[in-house]
Design a protein around this ligand. Structure first.
Ligand SMILES: [Zn+2]
Length: 323
């Protein structure tokens, strides 16, 4: 409830400036404004079956946690129902998992909420809510895929600054749960860190890992399933790098796996990049060639996520893409 968020935003104004550089995600604020936005993310993505399996959930927005914006924070109208994620107006807001748009409107039709809101149903009694949007990018009843852009961050409703108010309901609409721990259990760091992919996961991030591993010299089929063959290869790779060989691709392993890529590069690592860009609706041919179309997709992604817009896929961009 964002009378709730109003107090969050007020408290947040006292936040030390150092908070802005948390994880470096906001380094590019303001740099992307002149970029052409001809590329529209999200339109080519197809809906996947709703699932709570690891690999099927993703970060709904890049930003930082404002002081006092955590789930359960005391508010005059009751504990804060969601987790606030702060960035500038216009920052892309993505579906956290595949699902259906069941509410689109003021406060998402939920009591006590305000501003433009969307409720997604993910099946199995799981719902997510996205509040204070400045724009909608999806229609009511639309099927969405994980990572598809559904709106833009904003400050509509009873707030004093732009942020995404993100809620998770598990066990029926109204059954609130802590979004941070819920998402962490599905490999997603809501604060914008590297995701964690566990054995048994499926999805585009797994496909990307397989392409990256192939480039690293471990020839894996890019089938999107993180099964025993892929896990075994990752364990050998981890051992070769002096990492804990647990087969889990998380914050320690991702930085060793990704490559800094830019126009002119070609190969399996570029296929990995194109695969995760497609997870966010880029609609690229996964051909392994980093040409002008891939550059444009990287720049667009960086722009809508308030990253440095340079068309180069470095560690910060990768972290955002696989988050
Ligand atoms: Zn809030």
């Amino acid at each position: 409830m964002c009378e709730s968020c109003a107090s969050v935003a007020a408290a947040e104004e006292e936040r030390p400036r150092t908070g802005l550089s948390r994880r470096g995600l906001l380094a590019g604020v303001g740099l992307g404004l002149g970029v052409s936005m001809g590329f529209v993310p999200g339109l080519t993505a197809t809906a996947a079956a709703a699932s709570s399996k690891n690999g099927r959930w993703c970060n709904p927005a890049l930003g930082y946690f404002p002081k006092g914006g955590h789930y359960g924070a005391p508010r005059s109208g009751g504990p804060h129902a969601g987790q606030d994620i702060t960035n500038s107006t216009g920052t892309a807001v993505y579906a956290a998992a595949a699902g259906t748009v069941i509410r689109k409107g003021w406060g998402g039709g939920l009591p006590g909420r305000s501003g433009n809101g969307i409720v997604l149903s993910h099946g199995g009694g799981q719902y997510t809510y996205y509040g204070h949007l400045s724009a909608y990018r999806i229609g009511l009843n639309a099927k969405v895929s994980a990572g598809q852009r559904i709106g833009d961050m904003g400050a509509t409703g009873n707030v004093t600054g732009p942020h995404l108010h993100f809620e998770v309901h598990s066990g029926g609409l109204g059954a609130l749960t802590n979004p941070v721990s819920f998402m962490a259990g599905r490999g997603v760091d809501l604060g914008g860190g590297w995701s964690r992919i566990d054995p048994g996961a499926r999805g585009k991030r797994v496909t990307a890992i397989q392409y990256l591993m192939t480039r690293r010299g471990y020839d894996l089929a890019a089938d999107g399933y993180y099964g025993s063959v892929s896990v075994g290869a990752v364990k050998r790779f981890q051992a070769s790098r002096g990492l804990v060989a647990d087969g889990q691709v998380g914050p320690a392993t991702w930085p060793h796996l990704v490559y800094t890529l830019k126009q002119g590069h070609s190969g399996s690592h570029v296929r990995a990049l194109q695969t995760v860009l497609n997870k966010h609706g880029a609609g690229l041919a996964v051909d392994g060639g980093f040409g002008t179309v891939t550059t444009s997709a990287v720049r667009s992604y960086q722009s809508v996520n308030r990253l440095v817009v340079d068309g180069v896929a470095g560690a910060v961009t990768w972290r955002a893409l696989v988050g």
